[in-house]
Write a protein that binds this ligand. Sequence first.
Ligand SMILES: Nc1ncnc2c1ncn2[C@@H]1O[C@H](COP(=O)(O)OP(=O)(O)OP(=O)(O)O)[C@@H](O)[C@H]1O
Length: 273
Amino acid sequence: MSDPVVDARDVTYRHPDGTVAVDGVDLRIEPGTRVALLGANGAGKSTLLQLLGGLLDPSEGTVRWFGERDADVVRDRLSVLLQDADDYLFNPTVREDLAYGPRQLRLPANEVDERVATLAARFDLESLLDRPPFRLSGGEKRRAAFAAALSLDPEALLLDEPVSHLDAQNRRRILDALDELASEGVTTVVATPDPDLVPAVADRVCLLGPSGTVVADGTPREILTDRERLRAAGLRPPTLVRLFGDLDGVDGEDLPVSLSEADALLRRWRETE
Ligand SMILES: Nc1ncnc2c1ncn2[C@@H]1O[C@H](COP(=O)(O)OP(=O)(O)OP(=O)(O)O)[C@@H](O)[C@H]1O
């Protein structure tokens, strides 16, 4: 069996002022899985994502990536996209930002150009390639940063709130890209405070409690229909669960947690009318 993409054991992160942001987390992420780290603001999602991505060293515990103890050895196999797009756009043009990673890997020039062209087409960046990143809108920057994170063709992608504050079209583009990556077998980990987003991006949900611990780990259905547990974690159940869960006779496996499940349920009702 192949090594897990990430294997975190009893990981704790303490800020210099003593604040414990992540507390004793055990988390093993298998290749090809889609995981959501779901938690309220301040729950420790960003800190945990940075620990899992090797950008922060744990105060206690260990993290291994593909079986390795040194994150630098696997840097080109795993990309992390944090919330601030500006962190990923530091070259004079978008084109150079997309080419930066592949050049670092010393890929031949024609392959670098090919990767840039493919990413530009995938994220609708063609007309922006020769612009300086600081002349892009917020949504365009997010698309460019996402493309830059994919420029190394990583086996795993860890993203912090990838669709927050995006309009419907940009949101759709990012979600389509995540679907495509999943179908290619890329492992994705998405940190989000939004239970409504979870069914679109994950098959497994790690629910963070208010104090940096993982309080539940299960399928979207198991986690998103557990209203009590979500409330204890400072979150509201997803809209669909609140809407359909209050109707008589809709419970258990019938309760839709995704739009496609809600659509199927509505169709069944229409047929039996
Ligand atoms: N530099 C810091 N010094 C001390 N405590 C910090 C620092 N940065 C974050 N924290 C604390 O660490 C905890 C976890 O923060 P983190 O940013 O990981 O949470 P989050 O779940 O990503 O939140 P959000 O959804 O608001 O982005 C919070 O209690 C926060 O106040």
